[in-house]
Ligand binder design. Structure first.
Ligand code: PLP
Length: 386
């Protein structure tokens, strides 16, 4: 089976891990600082806080943003559930803004309309989480302008988008946002096994995030209530978590980061190849945008049901039977049973639902060969025919 995504691990990655195993630090050591500093430098952001996964990163990013009971977070329905769950963890509620059917990202026109209505109703969101779907950066300049106008914070869910660029800057630079979250799950662009990171330019957010990552504990006397009682002294000044990444993971991440540009270049080359090979088939692909360089975490197609002879389900099953591990990104979050129980209904965000009915993700990863890609396309052509 050709999988839809797969990590690339070299001898250099293995050496970095083994070296860390032989060192004094398996966790809370220098490899974490090195990985954070390397990623901050790559992105052009002032601060980076590495954590155990992107779900944890989204959780403490929301807490650092001040999200709590009575507040609302808005995100895209076309995302992994974690982009919305982070609000529920904080006791806040969630709402969604439907997608632009071409880019498959949150539609900024709909965002603006919904903000105008929310301002009238006195129910503006405290946080908006744009998701760079498939690695394609959202229209961040407009979202940033709306954030200033309506006074919300922006947390970019860039789980798909490590190594992407927007207006010449790396995603993670936080030029139009308060924080940016990355995931290092093995199917994503670079991996640490499990892992995540928050980038920010704000020192106050960095301090809060670092504290929330480790139980809400500080050893910094200036952050304590009352004087320090000695060199052993620490204080828990708020309720935090153990969301730490290990030095083993960070060493792997630092090693992987050196190949990030090679990873995205190959993914873009494969995406270009898909675009030309799929030319004659009754399918369409995610739009590209000028000024945005996608990291191409995903290559998603929509099956044109008017022109195709088969249903999406038939095509999907034929692909799996033909040895091609296609996948689906995403079932609209608001249609999940947990979200239905919160009051959402099918029909609430029709563009995401229509996209879901037609969508399929084709294999795309650094080591996918041209020959394997040809097989994917051949299998797809057969699956779409009669
Ligand atoms: C993968 C993913 C996450 C969660 O990442 P983990 O590191 O697995 O916790 C969050 N949001 C999106 C959009 C993702 O694709």
């Amino acid at each position: 089976m050709i999988p839809y995504g797969r990590q690339n691990i070299t001898e250099a990655d293995i050496d970095a891990l083994v070296q860390t195993l032989r060192s004094d630090w398996l966790t809370q050591g220098p490899a974490i600082d090195r990985f954070e500093n390397a990623m901050a430098a790559y992105c052009g952001a002032r601060h980076a806080v590495a954590v155990c996964n992107a779900t944890a990163a989204l959780h403490i990013a929301c807490l650092a943003a001040g999200l709590g009971p009575g507040d609302v977070l808005w995100t895209s329905p076309n995302t992994f559930v974690a982009s919305a769950n982070c609000a529920l963890y904080c006791g806040a509620s969630v709402d969604f803004v439907d997608i632009d059917p071409a880019t498959l990202n949150m539609d900024v026109g709909l965002l603006e309309e919904k903000l105008r209505a929310a301002a009238k109703a006195g129910r503006l969101p405290k946080v908006v989480v744009p998701v760079h779907f498939g690695g394609l950066p959202c229209d961040m300049e407009k979202i940033g302008a709306l954030a200033r106008e309506y006074g919300f914070l922006v947390i970019e869910d860039a789980s798909h988008a490590v190594g992407s660029r927007y207006q010449g800057k790396a995603t993670g630079a936080c030029a139009h946002s308060d924080m940016t979250v990355f995931s290092f799950h093995p199917v994503k662009i670079i991996t640490t096994g499990e892992g995540g990171m928050i980038l920010t330019n704000r020192a106050d957010l960095q301090q809060r995030l670092a504290r929330l990552r480790s139980h809400g504990i500080t050893r910094d006397p200036s952050a304590m209530e009352g004087p320090s009682e000695g060199p052993w002294y620490y204080q828990q000044v708020e309720l935090g978590f153990n969301y730490r990444i290990t030095d083993l993971q960070a060493a792997l991440g630092e090693s992987q980061l050196k190949r990030l540009d090679a990873f995205t270049a190959r993914r873009n080359a494969l995406a270009d190849r898909y675009a030309s090979l799929l030319g004659g088939l009754p399918v369409s692909a995610q739009a590209r945008r000028t000024g945005a360089y996608s990291s191409y975490h995903l290559y998603v197609i929509r099956i044109d049901s008017a022109r195709a002879k088969k249903s999406k389900r038939e095509v999907f099953e034929a692909m799996r039977e033909g040895g091609v591990g296609v996948n689906l990104h995403y079932i609209p979050v608001h249609t999940q049973p947990h979200y239905r129980r919160l009051g959402f209904r099918a029909g609430d965000f029709p563009r995401s639902e229509e996209y879901y009915r037609e969508a399929m993700s084709l294999p795309l990863y650094f080591d996918l060969s041209d020959a394997e890609q040809d097989k994917v396309v051949k299998t797809l052509a057969r699956a779409l025919g009669d």
